[in-house]
Ligand binder design. Structure first.
Ligand code: PMP
Length: 307
């Protein structure tokens, strides 16, 4: 099955998908993105990711390329035509293509949009979670607006590479005061010895994960004790449990931090239970692709695309 990508209004074979060299996402990282997890063909936390996308665009004054309704239809269509049962949808919107200049291009410059779909092996992901991952830590050297889901990910790439080279699954990032902000591509959590679920408060220091928000609400509804506050690496190392959350990892237990075992060195029961609850709940609220016979989508460049 060949993969299909969506680029600036067109569905094209993945191998032929191209953007212009002067797309501002390419030259300035002047672009934002979103990632949806797909489980059993359904887009997890669909609305949450769409809302955060709008916020990221708004913070950077990038014009949305199309309405939420049209965007939702294209994203759903991508799940369908790529036959994704389990995997990810990646969506990126840039300030568009323009002659290279740091200053924003004219207001009528069309934003660039691209979407790709990737199938993942759900059993492998589940096995990884059941085993738990080791994490390492590194100083957080990112810019001051981590709440915006910008494609400017070089520090995150370097952190994840350091983890890979150390045989770890993630890298936790640490602020100058010694407190964990989040991980290179996920939010960081601990469960204290008193069974309190702790994650750093949402601010410009972290990306407010959609999985993080959903899980926090789920935990509160289930009557668990929760706290939004910063914690140090030492506190995490001596915590009962630790885990990370993201659209792709859901809830993944952390069993080792910088070589020190967390708890008994095995995934904690809270973490595994939260994972199961998250997956079940998010699936209930997920958006299933709607099969339609012939719906016209208006693409960003004015072309029409048959859905
Ligand atoms: N923090 C960072 C730095 C991330 O890249 C991600 C994943 N995009 C997250 C947190 C988790 O966010 P979400 O739950 O929305 O995937």
């Amino acid at each position: 099955m060949s993969r299909i990508a969506y680029v600036n209004g067109r569905l094209v074979p993945h191998r032929n998908a191209r953007i212009h060299i002067e797309d501002r996402g390419n030259q300035f990282a002047d672009a934002v993105y979103e990632v949806w997890g797909v489980r059993d063909g359904a887009l997890m936390d669909f609305e949450g990711h769409l809302t955060r996308l709008a916020r990221s665009l708004g913070e950077l004054h990038i014009r949305p390329p199309m309405s939420d309704a049209a965007l939702s239809a294209v994203v759903s269509r991508m799940v369908e035509i790529n036959h994704i049962r389990n995997g990810l949808i990646y969506l990126q919107i840039s300030r568009g293509q323009a002659r290279r200049d740091h200053v924003f291009p004219p207001a009528n410059t069309r934003p660039g949009i691209m979407i790709t779909a990737k199938a993942l092996n759900a059993q492998k992901a589940e096995a990884r979670a059941q085993k738990g991952i080791a994490v390492i830590t590194r100083p957080d050297i990112r810019w001051g607006r981590r709440d915006i889901k910008s494609v400017s990910l070089l520090p995150n790439v370097l952190a994840k590479q350091a983890a890979a080279e150390a045989g770890a699954g993630e890298c936790w990032l640490v602020d100058p005061d010694g407190f964990v902000t989040e991980a290179s591509s996920s939010n960081a959590w601990i469960v204290t010895k008193d069974d309190v679920l702790v994650t750093r408060a949402a601010s410009q220091d972290i990306l407010n994960g959609i999985t993080r928000r959903t899980l926090f609400a789920l935990a509160e509804n289930a009557g668990l004790k929760t706290e939004e506050r910063a914690f140090t690496v030492a506190e995490a190392q001596s915590a009962r449990e630790a885990f990370v959350t993201s659209a792709s990892a859901f809830v993944t237990p952390v069993v080792e931090i910088d070589g020190k075992p967390v708890g008994n060195g095995h995934p904690g029961s809270f973490s595994l239970q939260l994972r199961a609850t998250y997956v079940a709940t998010a699936k209930e609220r997920a958006r299933k692709p709607v099969r339609r016979q012939s719906v016209w989508l208006v693409a960003p460049r004015g072309e029409r695309l048959v859905n």
